[in-house]
Design a protein around this ligand. Sequence first.
Ligand SMILES: Nc1ncnc2c1ncn2[C@@H]1O[C@H](COP(=O)(O)OP(=O)(O)OP(=O)(O)O)[C@@H](O)[C@H]1O
Ligand SMILES: [Mg+2]
Length: 367
Amino acid sequence: MITFDDIEIRRPELAKSYLQLLQAQPGRPIALFAPRRVGKTFFLDQDLTPVSRKARFVPVYADLWLNQAAPLAAINHALEEALDDLTVPTTRAGKIGKTPVKKIGMLSASVELGEEPTRRKLPDDPALRFDTLVARLASQSGHTVLLMLDEVQVLAEIADGRSAIATIRAVLQKRKRDVLAVFTGSSQEALAAMTVASGGPMYQFAQLLDFPALGIEYPKALAKHYASVHTDKTLDVDDLVKAFEYLGHKPALMKDLVKWMSAEGVTDVQLALNRFVQDGRLIAGWEGLLASLQPFEQVLLSVIAKGHAPFAQGTITLLNKDPRFTASVSKVRAALERLRKSGVLAKTAGRGYLIDDTLFAEFLKRH
Ligand SMILES: Nc1ncnc2c1ncn2[C@@H]1O[C@H](COP(=O)(O)OP(=O)(O)OP(=O)(O)O)[C@@H](O)[C@H]1O
Ligand SMILES: [Mg+2]
């Protein structure tokens, strides 16, 4: 039986268009930007990976967030796994096939097969290792490697990010016949600083693109499923599409909303949104998040949620009404930066700082 959780939107055409773009510009990766939780990782995993495999690429995925201290190590690990998958078959039949056979009796003659020549050890230096791994993976598979680096904005934020980028850049250009690369990131500001700003380490190297959020097909599919569960009720698709926009095109939030509507038998989307924001589980999560912050950051967040410009004199005066701290422009700047690094705030081009999660912003407004 299908549930709301089974509803997934596939975008193979989008994946194909990225592959074509990459093939048209060897050596030049694309960097896809989209805000948090809109489905970047899902797309890499569910769309780009199968489409590229079908097109005879060897897809390799590495999440740089997981090993921020050593991004090249994270990439190398992913490449080594892919290389293992090629050389160490996982099925039993495969294993038997690869067991070195020294002597095979064929009729009366016997054939001697030598040991496979063993490869030289991989270099320990991470940069050389990366270069060698790319070359080996391509030559052993006979196909081009598609390297997918998720959360690449990490490189803009760590101390030796620049040198990691320089290595990645050098290897991707040197091995442009062997490897294509897609980067994704959730900070437009960080990606732009790396790729678009002159002097940025990927300037004129990677091409920055906006990754499109899911469109109306997702709320439509949810509404369709709702109607199949509640034969006497329907959801207004236009209202649902508006709610999806309001939720920042984040499918998991949207799904939770419609699931909640289904459980309660509610069809009024606006009413559901209002009540959903007051849902105990969501509130517990937000309260936990707030509790992990310093009082100054907590108050600053609620001030931003209420639409005040963080650096305005009026805002500083307002903040100073709280006896727990004294506010200043530099303190505000430092706190904003901490909140941005922890992912609570996003920095947007022109519009300043934005609370990433619309519902959380709504919650802050009310408290
Ligand atoms: N095409 C889709 N169809 C249905 N659900 C989706 C789709 N894409 C993403 N989702 C759901 O949305 C949620 C967030 O997706 P995902 O983790 O890919 O986002 P992300 O942009 O990588 O987020 P982050 O910036 O936090 O890494 C997941 O629960 C995922 O299952
Ligand atoms: Mg992700």
